[in-house]
Design a protein around this ligand. Structure first.
Ligand SMILES: C[S@@+](CC[C@H](N)C(=O)[O-])C[C@H]1O[C@@H](n2cnc3c(N)ncnc32)[C@H](O)[C@@H]1O
Length: 160
């Protein structure tokens, strides 16, 4: 996938993903309460802000065009592998359908752990060739509460 794939498809992103991602977020929020500050890694247009108070959310993504669509969140252009925040900055770190796109899965997960304090939610494409690697590193780095197989994603709820 090209580095700028998500910039290129940004005009049709809502049509392609809004409904599906909204359903995933609603399912996650039926299982876990996100209290306090939230870093959304690979946030794209930050659909999470339609479900929880956006003033608590920071949206991080390399795609400037998708972040421009994240109207209500504070946005930061950047990569999971090098998150520009101090250790233990956020109460919650979430990532919806993005980890399979990280160039370095282990580093991305290590960085999410470093900046997060309590609750972590990761979803990723279940048919991804990186699936087993992602699950391996999540189990190595976090205390996993639940792993759920959704229609398209694996959903992992974890703590530090
Ligand atoms: C399928 S989209 C999901 C976006 C959003 N989380 C959602 O639910 O609609 C995958 C996202 O991962 C982002 N991404 C790709 N590589 C990344 C990386 N190394 N670090 C953080 N985000 C990345 C893309 O820019 C894109 O926004």
């Amino acid at each position: 996938m090209s580095e700028h794939y998500y910039d290129i498809i940004s005009d049709s992103y809502h049509e392609l993903y809004k409904e599906e991602q909204g359903q995933k977020i609603a399912l996650v929020l039926s299982m876990v309460k996100l209290e306090g500050s939230i870093l959304d890694v690979g946030a794209g247009p930050c659909y999470l802000s339609s479900f929880v108070d956006s003033k608590h959310i920071v949206a991080l993504d390399p795609s400037e065009k998708l972040l421009k669509m994240a109207k209500n969140c504070k946005t930061v252009v950047g990569y999971a592998e090098s998150i520009p925040f101090d250790d233990d900055t956020f109460d919650n770190v979430v990532s919806f359908t993005a980890i399979q796109n990280f160039k370095d899965v282990k580093k991305g997960l290590e960085e999410m752990k470093r900046v997060g304090k309590k609750q972590f939610v990761f979803t990723f494409v279940k048919d991804s060739p990186k699936r087993e690697r992602i699950i391996f590193y999540v189990k190595e780095l976090f205390k996993v509460d639940r792993i759920i197989e959704d229609d398209k994603d694996v959903i992992i709820i974890a703590k530090k």
